[in-house]
Design a protein around this ligand. Sequence first.
Ligand code: TYD
Ligand code: MG
Length: 482
Amino acid sequence: MAKRPASFICQVCGAAHTRWQGRCESCGAWNSIAEETTAADTLPANLRGGRKGRLIALESLSGTSEDAPRVRVGISELDRVAGGGLVPGSVLLIGGDPGIGKSTLLIQASAALAGAEHRVIYVSGEEAVAQVRLRAERLGLAGAAVELAAETNVEDIVATLSEGRKPALVVIDSIQTMWTDTVESAPGTVTQVRSSAQILIRYAKRAGAAVILVGHVTKDGQIAGPRVVEHMVDAVLSFEGDGAHHFRILRAQKNRFGPTDEIGVFEMTGLGLSEVANPSELFLSNRDSGAPGTAVYAGMEGTRPVLVEIQALVVPTNLGTPRRAAVGWDPSRLSMVLAVLEARCGIKLGAHDVHLNVAGGFRISEPAADLAVAAALISSLSGAVLPHDSVYFGEVSLTGAVRAVPHAMARLKEAAKLGFTRAVAPEAKGSSGGSSGGSGNGAAKEPLESPLATETVTSLGDIVAAIASRAPRRAPRERQEG
Ligand code: TYD
Ligand code: MG
């Protein structure tokens, strides 16, 4: 006898259980399991099995195939994150907190594409048509030829989309509100969301239209409920930002058609989202360069250099276990830098609380920020103000050595463009190919002309000494180096 399929599904992770229980064993969430009719129960008989397989042609890896054609939206920050425009037939999921501006971004994208003579359909499952219109009016886009619908049934939506000219873009806002007749569970459940997404994905592939799904994010940053949808779509973008700041960052988490390290930066204004072509200016706009504990980090986000200020506060603790807090940076990397400072440079921080903040709410994922973090920490501890015209980058290893990082030239150029005159960094990678550099000089390496005066550091000790020499108790003197 066939086993009855599991029909208790965790609404957080999508795991299937054979009976109800209070806690999901798979993800640990409490009270998240609900009974659902699984897809196998509801599939029409002809799909349940028994059909003889059709032969498919197998092909070789070599052979000609064209690059995926792209439809450029015309919002370059969005196009770049998507990998150079939307790929027809692909499905993109945009996740983000409520109120972050997903609907605003997508109505702007829809209007931009519609302006380029493409057919664009915007389906809202959350707002009435009048509300969407109101937003478009506020954005000055009321004249755009976007076709609107307020609908939540996927079958009705697909039937409507299949009529008339093929749309270049279909926006579904949001996938959590969609439901399909083929599944009996309530809208918003994992099964409903997954089945609805499946139908829309099938539509996208068949019709060759780009589909953008909006997904809500839970408080722990996951796209709510259906992580499964993330695996089904071609690209997952997250739209981030926080209430205290006006800028928003669009980040690719997964992309079958492009890189995942690109970001798009927007600013939320009274007239919608405007693109920020030079994010460094935005992140450095409120710099307070007269205080100790701040260092400017020359970072990279994808192919683009971004300069941000790193702020550290090191204060004597009155707790048994000192606090270590990092906002915008990996806390375990902060612990590592602190441990290296203690073990290799003799800087004892066991009796100090350490707070680290990346200004402007930016989030850094590169280890190249180690050196800037260390500089900010030492500066705060010693009270020495770092020179306001310097940028820092370099990776700190456990031995205390400072290692080269990629794209040194791009970082230096960006810093020079923004008026910085000095950089503190490890020796660039390209300048030492092997261990011996005696005879064949300059054949492979291109001459690197740094646009800034670069102070080369090889170990964390170098930078500790340099900053200590600026500390207030000593006679203030400029370092003399060429
Ligand atoms: P919205 O796009 O509705 O967010 P989401 O779809 O992600 O939930 O954006 C809502 C917020 O954006 C709201 O708090 C108001 C703000 N906003 C502006 O500041 N300027 C604007 O022009 C618009 C349309 C919205
Ligand atoms: Mg919305």
